[in-house]
Write a protein of this length. Structure first.
Length: 187
């Protein structure tokens, strides 16, 4: 089995190289897994061993251990698509979904997210929007920090916290430093 350890984003390769490469057609949930076996469109099974936290996007290129390329494609999957009568209503829907810390794809006149009946019910109560379950590739926004939102104090908490604090500290020309640390033991 070939192993893939290299991932290229925004690779400026000759179109013929990409078009002739086998395709890894993956749902979003599989594009978030850094270690797995995947079946390519030509039937070959390959092993994926990428850095933890890597999220594959439609159009990314994978490089196998033999140097051959594999093109990543976002699979068609069921998602909820939200539209609105006007930009204000769509913004309201985005605000409420953002408060739930879910992954959302933001399009020019729509929002998309993975199906959740509670969220669909919440959005129906807003009024002025349309909701439909559609079959579409799902490419949620990566967020301001390029990754997901964490609630715990895991191994990257200190880095994530420092990044967020530095982004917000510059907002009004002063810092929010204080003498104690945010590190504490967990049981």
């Amino acid at each position: 089995m070939r192993i893939i350890r290299k991932h290229l984003r925004d690779a400026h390769l000759a179109p013929s190289l990409i078009n002739n490469a086998p395709k890894a057609i993956l749902a979003y949930s599989l594009r978030c897994r850094s270690r797995q076996r995947i079946k390519l469109d030509n039937g070959e099974v390959v092993g994926l061993i990428l850095n933890q936290g890597t999220v594959l996007r439609h159009g990314d290129i994978l490089v196998a251990d033999d140097g051959k390329l594999i093109a990543v494609h976002a699979a068609i999957e069921p998602v909820v698509r939200v539209g609105a009568r006007n930009p204000l209503q769509l913004t309201r829907a985005a605000y409420h979904l953002g408060n739930r810390h879910i992954l959302v794809e933001i399009g020019p006149d729509y929002l998309q997210f993975e199906y959740d009946p509670i969220l669909v019910d919440m959005l129906n109560q807003l009024g002025g929007i349309t909701i439909a379950t559609v079959q579409s590739p799902f490419e949620p926004d990566a967020g301001a920090y390029g990754g997901g939102h964490k609630h715990g104090h895991d191994e990257t908490f200190a880095e994530d916290y420092a990044l967020a604090q530095s982004a917000y500290a510059a907002h009004d020309g002063h810092t929010h430093e204080h003498p104690h640390k945010h590190e504490h033991p967990h049981k």
